[in-house]
Design a protein around this ligand. Structure first.
Ligand code: BV8
Ligand code: ZN
Length: 277
């Protein structure tokens, strides 16, 4: 960064930290860019594809209906991948900020679009995972839901799920697909797919947190997926101060009072460390 850019960053950082110190109720909303620093592929970057598909082609009820073996290969890959990934300084800083603010009897809510579980592993507590959990499974027929850490998801998926575009589809037989222990129907990942509604209870908690917020930080998201993309606009409506940390501009910068362009794992520890003051 040039000297002048450095000074601009410093000045904006001081103003941001002052505004954060004044805040009584803070909401943070994160997307895949926060986990990118942990080596977890994002959805739209150069690593945004799995084989020749993008997430929108696989994360849908129709795709699962048409080819449950392929969709389970996709999730089996991501479930396995997360075992080798760790929270990065961005996740850890957000957990430290929450601990500090709650010790000051201030409100803190972490909304995340990510299903990778890294915020929880970093120690964040008040998490609203609006798109579900990679290790959650649910029955396609009865009310069975559970946390399932089996990797592979069933023995037939051993070694399956390679992201390499030339990998042939495994076409795992229906008998070898994961089934419900209660009614023996197919189970699916307990995540929100495109075209599916978000959990209404979680959404009402999001709405309440945003309505009360006087400060909202949005990190590592292209702001393309709704309704999460609308959350910062809702906070703006209620007069909250808004900050954005992202590797690149997304075209929504005009609604933010503070914009830091760069890597979340480097920027967050620099701008959120009011607990070190
Ligand atoms: C719904 C779980 C009601 C699965 C996911 C209104 C208007 C337009 C469209 C719609 C609308 N309402 C509904 C829709 C349709 C759809 C939608 O929004 N489509 C978009 C694409 C136009 N929304 C839905 O279907 C939602 N449901 O609204 O229900 C309804 C019901 C029926 C009919 C209509 C409405 C459900 C959406 C949830 C889908 N599930 N995930 C899974 O993960 O397998 S979405 C998935 O993709 C993620 O969860 C996440 O939300 C999204 C990816 O977005 P990001 O997190 O932002 O990641 P991305 O890669 O895009 O960007 C990363 C950013 O980080 C980049 O900007 C990059 O620059 C930056 N970055 C990279 N590295 C770093 C970094 N930043 C900092 N540091 C770094 N190192
Ligand atoms: Zn069942």
């Amino acid at each position: 960064m040039s000297r002048e850019m450095d000074d601009l960053f410093e000045e904006q950082k001081q103003k941001f930290k002052e505004a954060l110190r004044q805040a009584q109720s803070v909401v943070v909303s994160t997307g895949a860019g926060v986990s990118a620093e942990s080596g977890v592929p994002t959805f739209r970057g150069k690593d945004g594809l799995w084989r020749k598909y993008n997430v929108m082609e696989l994360a849908t009820p129709e795709a699962f209906e048409r080819n449950p073996s392929l969709v389970w290969e996709f999730y089996n890959y991501r479930r396995e991948l997360m075992f080798s990934k760790q929270p990065n300084p961005g996740h850890i800083t957000l957990a430290k900020l929450e601990e500090y603010l709650t010790s000051q009897s201030k409100e803190f809510t972490l909304i995340t679009q990510n299903i990778d579980g890294l915020h929880k592993r970093a120690g964040s507590k008040n998490i609203l995972a609006v798109h579900g959990d990679l290790y959650g499974v649910k029955c396609t027929r009865c009310d069975y839901k559970a946390e399932n850490k089996d990797v592979p998801i069933t023995p037939a998926f051993e070694g399956l799920g390679s992201p390499d575009p030339d990998t042939p589809e495994a076409n795992v037989s229906f008998d070898d697909l994961p089934k419900c222990p209660k009614c023996n129907a197919l189970i699916r990942p307990d995540v929100v797919w495109f075209g599916e509604s978000l959990d209404s209870e979680i959404l009402s908690k999001v709405d309440m947190a945003i309505a009360k917020a006087d400060f909202m930080l949005v990190v590592g998201t292209s702001m393309l997926v709704y309704p999460a993309a609308a959350f910062p606009y809702a906070a703006k409506q209620t007069g909250a101060k808004l900050a954005f940390v992202n590797f690149e501009q997304t075209g929504n910068e005009n609604i933010f009072d503070f914009v830091f362009i760069g890597k979340s794992g480097e920027i967050l520890p620099e701008i959120l460390n009011i607990y070190e003051d």
